[in-house]
Write a protein that binds this ligand. Structure first.
Ligand code: ATP
Length: 285
């Protein structure tokens, strides 16, 4: 089964919660591509869960990999014994890049188990997803969504363009979400009211110039301070026609919004020849 990925067209942090999570006011936007591929194969129950994956940076221990964690969370919620499973994971989504790859994998395994066992209600499935991570519930039904709370409240947003002209620039180094949240300027974020509704209205009107003004990521200042490559990349993409260049999620992937397809394609070609192989460029679908 194919997973999917996401960017945050806006990620405003509105509070730090006692449980350690942050409350967000965010617009999540999914892509069918890039996506990972996940296959579940039966194995003897005594073997437990095995993860097979070649990608660097992805843990193979089932208690650390979100695919394995999803199996345990599902079985716990359903009161089931853990079945013997081999999970083949083919990674295409950049790892620890702010595109939700691990969360999407976890949600996909929950869906695959639900197709097999039908042992949970939809709300139990949502709870199991949230127990894996704040972004996981979104990936149970990936569609453009207005997300609040730590990620547990997500409302589909209708009327957005089906295909936004976005170019992704994924530098080939990881950033942990914990690092990004630890180094963000929380006071500055909390004192700046979110304008996500205005962003949504502008996107519904296909007014991309206005939308660009309302795009926001409260985590990005720390990343631009720490990684000068991101500043270089942002300047390059803006010089090459992007309306707005912003960090996605907890980074380091940048998303660049374009007005037209030709501009996005031209920037893709130039950026690839300029920054390859330090940065992977993706025109998502
Ligand atoms: P998000 O956007 O949800 O904050 P991310 O895209 O920044 O996440 P992921 O690719 O999900 O980051 O990976 C974060 C960390 O999770 C990795 O460094 C890795 O150690 C661990 N991990 C566990 N399971 C997976 C998985 N299936 N795929 C990728 N990383 C995983």
């Amino acid at each position: 089964m194919l997973t999917c990925s996401k960017v945050n067209l806006s990620l405003a942090v509105t509070a730090k919660r006692p449980d350690g999570y942050h409350d967000l006011d965010s617009l999540f936007y999914p892509f069918r591509d890039p996506s990972d591929v996940i296959l579940l194969k039966d194995a003897p129950a005594s073997n437990g869960v095995t993860i097979r994956c070649d990608a660097p940076g992805v843990p193979l221990e089932p208690e650390k990999n979100l695919c394995g964690k999803a199996v345990y969370a599902y079985c716990k919620a359903a009161g089931m014994d853990v079945p013997g499973l081999v999970i083949h994971l083919e990674k295409h989504i950049p790892v620890a890049a702010g595109m939700g790859g691990g969360s999407a994998d976890g949600a996909t395994v929950l869906r695959l188990l639900q197709e097999r066992f039908h042992a949970l209600s939809e709300s139990q499935l949502e709870d199991a997803a949230f127990s894996l991570g704040a972004d996981v519930p979104f990936f149970l039904n990936p569609r453009p969504s207005y997300v609040t709370g730590a990620g547990e409240h997500h409302t589909p947003v209708e009327g957005l363009p089906e295909h936004l002209l976005i170019l992704l620039a994924a530098p080939q180094f990881p950033v942990s979400a914990a690092w990004a949240y630890k180094h963000m300027d929380l006071q500055r974020a909390i004192s700046t009211p979110p304008r996500t509704n205005e962003l949504i209205d502008a996107l519904r009107r296909r007014d991309f110039e206005s939308a660009a003004q309302f795009m926001r990521n409260d985590l990005e200042h720390a990343l631009f301070d720490k990684f000068p490559l991101l500043l270089l990349l942002r300047a390059f993409l803006l010089e090459n026609g992007a309306l707005r260049v912003m960090v996605s999620g907890s980074g380091p992937t940048l998303l660049a919004l374009f007005r037209d397809d030709a501009a996005a394609q031209a920037a893709y070609a130039r950026a690839t020849s300029e920054f390859d192989p330090a940065v992977r460029f993706i025109l998502p679908a």
